[in-house]
Design a protein. Structure first.
Length: 464
């Protein structure tokens, strides 16, 4: 037998620990993990000596802006950035124009993304007060999860956001019945509106006003509401981009009562504090905002003690011109920063420093997202029969992050330019095909495949 691809001499991160072995991939799946003569010859062979082969990393939270705002990013550039950053699968958010909250919008987004993606992708469907009757059909199309905002000042609010507890319960009940998780941007609208009105009326336009308009209490309040609704409805709740000690404590308590909650944080909350908005101004304007050192410490603690389950980049590209509009008046700039290409090197730097283990990184950046999306064990682990998608890592590579080397259209808005990091992906391999090699994207446009929820797996798995 000949295999399509053989990875030789690598340290393979299997479900049973790290083993020195070769991997043969055939017809997109892991055919064999063994040493020496038991491995078939490969049409293509890569020597992975000294490198670690991780299950293909998954970014559960990206905004590729396609359709609607492709001047900021599109599915090709976004997925090239994903491949460069070591991600084999991404889950794209529904706040497009039009929102991915109707079956028509969902289908046409699948079609468009299929023609451009370099890595595999899943899609969230949006939900709000106005598309509740469409939710069952969106689940039928393979939506990976539903997403709603507790706060969204947008003309599309009725398709993407909920305004009160009654709507929260309705949406959670619907998603629970459909057996699909509900992902929430949890910041309380009333708290934010009141704080914003006060700040604006006192003439504040400086960058710190943005942070003050979205206090920690707004997140904690919304998180409590969501956890309460999850408990009542039994839905699996995915709490996106948590930033505060208070939220982490709420999640910890809810987990101990058996609430089905999966929690996420993002690299910018782990590596930057609110000081950054004073230095970087509107470029560091993100929702929720960057926080203080105490919150950051609590986030790191929760990564280690498994309260937080996933790291999503919340890759939210905007144009430099738009960010510059916030120079004199912070309210004018859009929120969000593009991080998908630096998420892994930043986290590997902490692995090198002994802050978290590589095993924990794999849970946070692959396995737990695969479980949440019902794609495990086809994704999120390396075992015979699993998909042949891998992130090959050089843990010893020291380098300086250079914004001008990035693939994202929003490279000028990247927050980590010039940072020294240690550890990077040197190969991104999707279903047996190399899509990134030594930092260069070699995968072709349209190779990436739409990955609907749970087709590869029938039993449900708990996260962590
Ligand atoms: C998000 C975006 O730009 O799409 N921005 C962000 O700061 N996280 C939208 C949002 O979540 O509000
Ligand atoms: Zn987001």
């Amino acid at each position: 037998m000949q295999a399509d691809l053989v990875l030789k001499n690598g340290l393979v991160f299997t479900s049973k620990g790290i083993v020195e072995a070769d991997i043969a991939v055939n017809e997109e799946k892991v055919a064999k993990i063994a040493k020496g003569p038991n491995i078939p010859k490969g049409v293509k062979t890569i020597d992975c000596r000294g490198k670690i082969i991780l299950p293909g990393l998954i970014d559960p939270h990206v905004h590729f802006r396609d359709p609607g705002e492709t001047e900021k990013e599109d599915f090709y550039t976004g997925s090239c950035a994903a491949a460069a950053g070591g991600f084999t699968l991404v889950a794209d958010m529904p706040n497009n124009q039009p929102p991915t909250s109707t079956v028509d919008a969902f289908k046409s987004k699948v079609k468009e993304a299929c023609s451009k993606a370099v890595v595999d992708f899943c899609l969230y469907a949006g939900c709000g007060a106005e598309n509740m009757t469409e939710m069952a059909y969106l689940a039928g199309e393979g939506a990976i999860a539903f997403k709603t905002w507790m706060y969204l000042s947008s003309p599309f609010s009725n398709l993407l956001a909920v305004k009160d507890f009654k709507e929260v319960i309705q949406i959670f009940t619907n998603t629970s019945k459909l057996g699909v998780p509900i992902a929430v941007h949890a910041e309380d609208a009333e708290t934010i509106e009141q704080a914003t009105t006060l700040l604006k009326s006192s003439g504040r336009k400086d960058p710190a006003a943005h942070s003050e308009s979205r206090p920690a209490s707004a997140e904690v309040k919304a998180v409590r509401v969501c956890l309460d609704a999850a408990k009542k409805t039994g839905v699996t709740l995915y709490l996106l981009h948590l930033t505060t000690k208070g939220a982490v404590e709420e999640v910890k308590a809810a987990k101990s009562w058996g609430v089905k909650v999966v929690a996420e944080t993002c690299p910018h909350y782990l590596f930057l504090t609110e000081e950054a908005i004073l230095q970087l101004g509107a470029y560091a304007k993100i929702n929720p905002p960057l926080r203080g050192i105490e919150d950051q410490k609590a986030l790191w603690g929760s990564l280690v003690d498994t309260v937080i389950d996933c790291i999503g980049s919340d890759h939210a590209p905007h144009r430099k011109r738009e960010k510059e509009e916030g120079r004199e008046d912070i309210w004018l700039a859009p929120s969000g920063a593009p991080n998908i290409e630096v998420s892994l090197p930043l986290m590997l730097t902490k692995v090198n420093k002994g802050v978290i283990t590589l095993a924990r990184l794999v849970e946070l950046m692959s396995t737990n997202a695969a479980k949440l999306f019902n794609l495990y064990p086809a994704r999120g682990t390396i075992d015979e029969g699993a998909q042949g998608s891998f992130t090959v890592v050089d843990l010893k590579s020291d380098y300086k992050i250079r914004a001008d080397h990035l693939y994202t259209k929003a490279k000028e808005c990247m927050l980590f330019d010039g940072w020294m990091v240690k550890g990077r992906a040197i190969y991104t391999i999707v279903r047996g095909s190399v899509v990134m090699e030594e930092g260069v994207v070699v995968g072709s446009r349209g190779f990436g495949r739409f990955t609907p929820r749970g087709l590869t797996q029938r039993r449900s798995h708990s996260v962590s």
